[in-house]
Ligand binder design. Structure first.
Ligand SMILES: Cc1cc2nc3c(=O)[nH]c(=O)nc-3n(C[C@H](O)[C@H](O)[C@H](O)COP(=O)(O)OP(=O)(O)OC[C@H]3O[C@@H](n4cnc5c(N)ncnc54)[C@H](O)[C@@H]3O)c2cc1C
Ligand code: FES
Length: 1325
């Protein structure tokens, strides 16, 4: 709320863990403490309460429940003013590496739970807050505590997959139990290791926690803060509040700020007066009345849940039907951090059409007490309460005082349902509540109320349906009529906001069917009347979702007989893990502000394809603190930029080619001022027709050149030989990188000779250096690019980060001051592009046996507005030997932000299409798909379509082991039985192999690396190499390599950063090859040092490392060495289809089992077993984390994450609220990872293999398991044979594919509408 220091009339008092803070001013949220108090442990991942990275603990004294209360909150949404008389504990407050770690910090680090570490402080604080209230949490408590956290980055899942990582007695057994026969001679060499040993963890001692400060217990009085744009008033009584509301009728009441905060930040709304009623006793009332429970409107959702849970325990079951429905809705309502602060009143008065509580309150007919200075009135909540979109009947001077949630009576049944894209912490697609009351002791409906959210601009009642069903018996006839009536009444225009029209309409009926079954079941139990029992195979359709806490095993092998001092191959903790857990790890934006530092905000295009006509900066330049407005004219060097070809601009000149195209920049004294001014810049355009989709690009032949082709054999001949030919196509959606740390650059001009120091969150230090130098018109030797660590990258910071860095550098050079810019999440998503969406079209010829003889496949990728980096063909056949094959690859030139590198880089999309034709062939032949996969699989020595011979081919070993550890055959049988017994739930299973080529195929010059190793006189070693650390554990592995080669412990070796001034001309840290390349370069440098030290070792064999180093120093020996490596024999020519594009291949196989709810399209990931060939792992803990992290990112790609664009090319999904990445609940209930043993790879350092990208595709096993389950569901409706399922397999796609009598009731829209998602504008929340 931007309060300024000079216009204040109250002092803000709070405690920041042990420090007393009295402030005469307040920033917009407690995250401003990052700089004002110098505590940067709390991270900003989204600024909208959707990622949990900013979690802190707030403690408050409160009369009820007894003080103090501790709760996790999202700092990004917590206004600083709301913290008066609170104690705030950030991650720094509970422990540090230097002093003492808190047990939570220690456990998450030692259990390999921190990889990129950017979200680690948030996870630590969620757990810490839970333990402060409950030192012995149940599994359910832990699950709830993590609901507000998303999974991304390389963060290992091992710790959350453990049955209860907190409880001492349960831990993972890891290591390699030899499963060979008794006769196996290797048995004696098998060693057992634990990934971590919980018995060594510090115990939790609750008595050691910080005590709540007494001074904060004082009663609160009226407070008032006047800011730059907002007046914040905290009345101390109801009378004061009502007085203020009369005085400021337009004022907003803010309790949790989870609506208002979003409106002000993202919808650009400004509320000049805020009233904060959170501490007014009446608004916190909880009181049982004769008819129900009365809640003050400021009661938080957490409190609502606690009170209702108690009531459900105490009261007879029949009285608590509504309470249980509210609790069910709360289970899936946001994350714990939001529920801890968000109020009931806020949810009601916001009047969102997808509110989760309003349908319940409407269907239950809750009573609302409204109050104003003039008095109170009580109204019953029905749909007249919402006269329009986000409107209520409250008068401007009125507030909501109480809500009374009623008891239910005998013969009354109530349920609530919510369906969303992701089960946890997601806004609803459709949400509803259903209330039926029967005539006494009968099944005749006396009263029926069905309310729906997500079906209109307001929460609505299906009045006509209810009227027509009243008086009817609860029977199958009623069900049939209800479905037809709802299909007629709950209609949606095809262009309705929110899209998914067919799906949403089907849901209204399917959810009623669930309610029907639930009530039928209850009636059968409660009444002695003629009611048919629920059909046994229907029973599970009515079950609520039961979560089971995940469990996992990790299997790995430490090379037999390895020397104890040799750390390579051992599960060493990520070297920064402890610092990441305490918040001490420094990321780019954590670098302290320079005194004269300025902030930059981008001005971006709102049009996808247009000429810029005019730029008006008048209003922008009036925003306080604005220093400069920069355009292309301010670039002293070249405005042309790009990773491979210079086909982009740093700042647009006269034309824009995508929404988000960077046009200009504003520089100001603060980030808030810069952003405000950037929004105030007015640009007029002359619009041109944009090309947005692959389909549009194909129609107008808008492709980048060259088009690629790989061909082997003679496909025409192959098709002639085939028994059958099938054609099909598949679309695979794009993916947002969603690295937790957004793009960030700090450019510091050094004042002489054009020197500039750049601190950047980038995977490409050298590329950044070169492109910045080019734009500034200086030689590269004036620019130093430095990277300490990144909070995730995934390819997104390989090329796209360079433009932001260049703009910041231009500003810094022009203004001669340090300039910083960290993009907000919505800006980052808008500007940077992501994984390429793909369309694959195929024609496959095969024999009756399932043997594939000929394949023609064409790929179209949506490359966006620049060529950037785009590939796919090398993985078109996945692991299958197809004698006659032709693949074509087209890169579509469209008006979307340029898509770019992303973990797997075209490979997953290529292989995904392969598994689609493989599945089609099996379904067509009526053969088990696993059998067809096996039949077509490569063998050792076979050649790929690009003529590379497959050596050290381990896929068959991975396959057999995966079938064995997943107990595939038993599972398949159990699934068949389950599917026979369940009509509306179906299970499916799939085993999917992957073969992934390693190294950078596109740029030969990139397959090189350098290292620099300094040995200091005290024996300590400073190691530098060309790779950057983004959480993947590269630095840890490189230290292990140096430790082994030099023969010294890891503790003597340090990596400080990656810098162009120490190792020049580095390759981007990409393509999974960085350990291979940099490891060899380090090996080279260390060998040089060893040779130089050898004489001293020979001379003094009993000496120590320090002795030898000192002796060499005094002998004037150079103790600094650089190393270099280039992968030999590489190079491939598309024209001749000759050469070697890959150094080697990584292999893996995964088996997944899922359960699909055929009525809602929801699915549960029940089981996954992965066997991955990582050669001789350099570090099994890190590699297992990579396998799990890549797999979960793939789960997001193939089942969850969906980027939606308008037909005009505007990205609609710009943050975690709309774009869902996997959360903790998406981890398979059982997740086993086994690293293939005895599989040394002679092509890489210490026989290891690359691991970052290859496992991602294994998540296709979840997608194809879903398809398997849908096949079973379709069979119930008599549908057999191949069918199309595009990726991601969202609930909408799954439900629409499970065709049945309900889907038939709803008018089908043309498939293309849903497929392309053009109408998928969501209701704003
Ligand atoms: C990450 C995230 C996830 C979310 N998930 C969900 C979800 O799953 N389901 C869902 O339904 N919602 C969800 N929401 C929306 C939001 O959390 C709820 O609507 C919440 O209940 C709002 O409460 P609040 O106290 O934060 O409201 P505030 O932002 O403080 O206020 C909201 C509005 O209510 C008005 N208001 C508040 N109290 C009163 C009163 N007593 N009298 C008159 N007017 C009043 C205010 O003037 C303001 O206009 C989510 C929000 C976020 C940020
Ligand atoms: S930054 Fe606050 S929840 Fe993401």
């Amino acid at each position: 709320f931007c309060l300024s220091p000079n216009s204040v009339n109250c002092l803000l008092l709070f405690h920041l863990f042990v420090h007393r803070v009295v402030k005469s001013f307040a920033g917009n949220c407690s995250l401003t403490l990052r700089f004002t108090v110098g505590l940067t442990g709390t991270k900003l991942g989204c600024a909208e309460g959707g990622c949990g990275a900013c979690t802190v603990m707030v403690s408050r004294s409160s009369p009820s429940p007894p003080p103090p209360r501790h709760f996790a909150v999202n700092a990004c949404l917590a206004p600083l003013c709301s913290l008066h008389h609170s104690a705030v504990t950030t991650v720094e407050g509970i422990g540090s590496v230097a002093s003492k770690l808190h047990p939570v910090q220690e456990r998450i680090a030692r259990a390999h739970g921190s990889q990129c570490g950017f979200c680690t402080p948030g996870i630590v604080m969620s757990m810490y807050a839970l333990l402060r209230n409950n030192p012995q949490p149940s599994l359910l408590d832990i699950e709830e505590a993590f609901q507000g956290e998303v999974l991304r980055s390389y963060q290992s899942k091992t710790f959350v997959c453990s049955p209860c990582w907190w409880q001492k007695e349960t831990y993972m057994e890891s290591g390699w139990p030899c499963t060979c026969s008794e006769a196996c001679t290797k048995r004696e060499y098998v060693e057992y290791f634990l990934l971590y040993n919980p018995s060594e963890f510090m115990p939790l001692d609750p008595t050691q926690e910080i005590i709540f400060p007494i001074e904060l217990k004082k009663p609160l009085k009226q407070l008032c803060f006047q800011g730059e744009r907002v007046l914040w008033i905290q009345p101390s009584s109801l009378t004061e509040l009502l007085d203020f509301k009369t005085q400021y009728p337009e004022a907003r009441l803010v309790v949790g700020n989870t609506e208002v905060g979003i409106e002000m930040k993202f919808k650009n709304l400004l509320y000049p007066v805020i009233l904060a009623p959170a501490f007014i006793p009446e608004l916190n009332t909880v009181q049982r009345t004769a008819d129900g429970i009365l809640f003050g409107a400021a009661c938080t959702l957490t409190r609502l849940g606690m009170v209702l849970r108690d009531a459900v325990q105490e009261l007879p079951t029949y009285q608590t039907e509504v309470f249980r429905a509210v609790l069910e809705q709360l289970r899936w309502f946001a994350g714990q951090q939001v529920r801890n602060v968000a109020a009931i009143g806020g949810n009601i008065v916001t009047a969102s059409p997808i509110s989760d509580l309003n349908p319940v309150f409407l269907a239950a007919g809750c009573k609302l007490t409204l109050a104003s200075k003039g008095g109170k009135r009580v109204i019953e909540m029905d749909d007249s309460f919402f006269p329009g979109y986000r409107k209520t009947v409250l008068k401007p001077d009125e507030i909501l005082l109480f809500i009374e949630i009623p008891f239910t009576k005998k013969g009354q049944y109530f349920s609530a349902f919510k369906q969303s894209q992701r089960r946890e912490d997601d806004i609803a697609t459709v949400t509803c509540a259903m209330n039926v009351a029967f005539e006494e002791n009968t099944n005749s409906v006396r009263n029926l109320r069905l309310s729906y959210g997500g079906m209109a601009p307001t929460t609505v009642l299906a009045k006509e349906t209810c009227k027509r069903l009243t008086g009817r018996k609860w029977s199958d006839e009623l069900l049939q009529d209800a479905c037809s009536l709802l299909a007629k009444e709950m209609t949606l225009d095809p262009s309705a906001p929110g899209g998914m029209v067919t799906y949403r309409r089907t849901l209204t009926i399917s959810l009623f069917f669930k309610f029907y079954l639930i009530v039928q079941h209850k009636l059968a139990q409660d009444l002695n009347v003629e009611v048919r029992y629920v059909r046994p195979d229907y029973a599970s359709a009515a079950e609520l979702f039961h979560s089971v806490f995940p469990c996992s095993t990790q299997l790995f092998q430490v090379p037999p007989g390895q020397n104890k001092d040799d750390v390579v191959g051992r599960p060493i903790m990520h070297l920064s893990a402890l610092k990441q857990a305490t918040g001490e790890a420094v990321y780019c934006d954590d670098i302290p502000c320079y005194d004269n530092e300025l902030h930059l905000a981008l001005v971006t295009s709102t049009k996808a394809h247009a000429f810029i006509e005019n730029i008006d900066t008048k209003e922008a330049m009036c925003v306080p603190g604005v220093v400069a407005f920069l355009t292309a004219k301010d670039i002293p060097g070249s405005n042309r930029t790009g990773p491979a070809v210079y086909d982009e601009t740093v700042l647009a000149e006269d034309m824009v080619t995508c929404v988000g195209h960077i046009i200009a920049a504003i520089v100001a004294d603060t980030q808030a001022h810069a952003q405000r001014a950037a929004k105030a810049v007015k640009i007029t355009y002359k619009e041109l027709k944009p090309v947005v989709t692959i389909q549009e690009a194909i129609s107008c032949k808008s492709f980048y050149q060259p088009t690629r082709k790989i061909e082997q054999g003679n496909i025409e001949e192959g098709f002639k030989k085939a028994d059958h030919i099938l054609e099909g196509e598949m679309h695979i959606g794009g993916q947002e990188h969603f690295y937790l740390e957004t793009n960030c650059t700090l450019a510091v001009p050094r004042g002489e000779d054009g020197e500039m120091e750049m601190f950047v969150s980038t995977q490409s230090t050298s590329k950044t250096q070169m492109l910045v130098a080019k734009a500034l018109g200086v030689p590269a030797n004036r620019i130093v690019c430095r990277v300490k660590r990144m909070g995730g990258g995934f390819g997104g910071k390989e090329c796209r980060s360079t433009i932001l860095s260049t703009v910041v550098a231009v500003a810094a050079q022009k203004l001669k001051k340090p300039v910083r810019c960290m993009l907000d999440r919505d800006e980052d998503m808008l500007v940077t592009g992501g994984r390429h969406p793909f369309l694959g079209r195929y024609k496959v010829g095969f024999m009756k046996t399932g043997r594939i003889v000929s394949l023609e496949v064409t790929y179209y990728s949506n490359a966006g507005n620049s060529a950037d980096l785009s590939l796919a063909l090398f993985h078109m056949e996945n692991c299958y030997n197809i004698p006659h094959i032709r693949g074509m690859g087209y890169m579509c030139k469209t008006n979307l932000p340029s898509n770019t590198a992303f973990r797997g880089f075209g490979g997953p999309q290529g292989m995904m299409v392969a598994e689609s034709w493989m599945g089609d062939v099996a379904l067509h032949c009526g053969l088990p798909v696993e059998q067809v996969r096996r039949l077509n699989m490569y063998k050792q020595g076979d050649r790929t379509p690009f003529t590379q011979r497959l050596e050290q081919f381990t896929i068959d070993r991975c396959w057999e082991e995966c079938l064995s550890i997943s107990q595939y055959n038993q599972r398949r049988k159990a699934i068949e039985q389950f599917n026979r017994q369940h009509r509306w739930k179906k299970r499916g299973i799939a085993v999917i192999p992957t073969k992934f080529g390693i190294t950078l195929t596109s740029n030969l010059y990139s397959i090189q690396a350098g290292a620099l190793v300094h040995v200091y006189i005290d024996g300590s070693v400073l190691l530098t190499h060309g790779g950057t650390e983004m959480g993947q554990g590269l630095h840890t592995k490189m230290v292990q390599v140096a430790s082994k080669v030099l023969g010294i412990p890891c503790s003597k070796i340090h990596i400080s950063e990656t810098s162009t001034s120490t190792v020049p001309n580095t390759s981007p840290t990409a393509a999974s090859a960085s350990s291979d390349l940099n490891g060899m370069a380090i090996y080279d440098a260390c060998q040089t040092l060893n040779q130089r030290l050898q004489p001293y070792k020979t001379k003094n064999p009993k000496g120590t490392w320090e002795d030898w180093v000192k002796a060499a120093y005094f002998d004037r020996v150079n103790l600094s060495a650089n190393g270099f490596y280039k992968t030999p024999d590489m190079g491939y020519d598309f024209e001749t289809n000759e050469g070697k594009p890959f150094n080697y291949f990584s292999y893996g196989v995964a088996c997944s089992e899922v359960e699909v709810d055929c009525l809602t399209g929801d699915h549960k990931n029940l089981h996954t077993s992965i066997v991955m060939d990582v050669g001789n792992s350099l570090n099994p803990a890190i590699d297992i984390g990579q396998v799990e992290g890549a797999f979960m990112q793939g789960v997001g790609l193939f089942t969850l994450e969906e980027l939606l664009y308008s037909p005009e090319g505007v990205l609609l999904t710009r943050g975690p609220g709309m774009y869902k990445i996997p959360a903790f609940g998406d981890i398979p209930t059982e997740l086993n990872v086994s690293l293939l043993r005895d599989a040394p790879n002679e092509k890489a350092i210490f026989s290891s293999k690359a691991v970052g990208e290859p496992p991602l595709f294994l998540a296709a096993s979840v997608f194809y398991a879903i398809k398997d389950a849908i096949t079973a569901a379709r069979a119930e409706s008599g549908l057999r044979g191949p069918f199309r399922l595009d990726s991601p397999a969202t609930p909408e796609r799954i439900r629409n594919a499970c065709e049945d009598s309900f889907t038939k009731l709803v008018l089908h829209l043309p498939y293309i509408d849903i497929f392309w998602g053009f109408f998928l504008k969501k209701f704003p929340t």
